[in-house]
Design a protein around this ligand. Structure first.
Ligand code: SF4
Ligand code: SF4
Length: 84
């Protein structure tokens, strides 16, 4: 399992979650601001499912993969594709 960043991050992208992640798997990367309307992504292979990022997001964009709301399940693939 992993955590997924969904649509509410788009255009907000304040990086609050980046500060909390103990394994730096939400690192902004070169050029990320130009990708998919300005949002961040979680690298599934590195995420340790600690949940630290979830409560700090001001727009509730972060969910455990199993709890991603129906309308945003496409973001599971979008996050994975970003690191492919
Ligand atoms: S759940 Fe933990 S390890 Fe995974 S992205 Fe969030 S803060 Fe990082
Ligand atoms: S805290 Fe939320 S809005 Fe801010 S960058 Fe992370 S996912 Fe996006």
């Amino acid at each position: 399992m992993t955590y997924i960043i969904c649509e509410p991050c788009v255009g907000v992208c304040d990086k609050a979650c980046v500060e909390e992640c103990p394994v730096d798997c939400i690192q902004p990367r070169d050029g990320y601001d130009d990708i998919a309307g300005k949002q961040l992504y979680i690298e599934a292979d590195t995420c340790i499912d600690c949940g630290a990022c979830e409560p700090v997001c001001p727009v509730n964009a972060i969910y455990p993969e199993a709890d991603v709301p129906e309308e945003w399940t496409n973001y599971i693939e979008i996050n994975a594709a970003h690191f492919a």
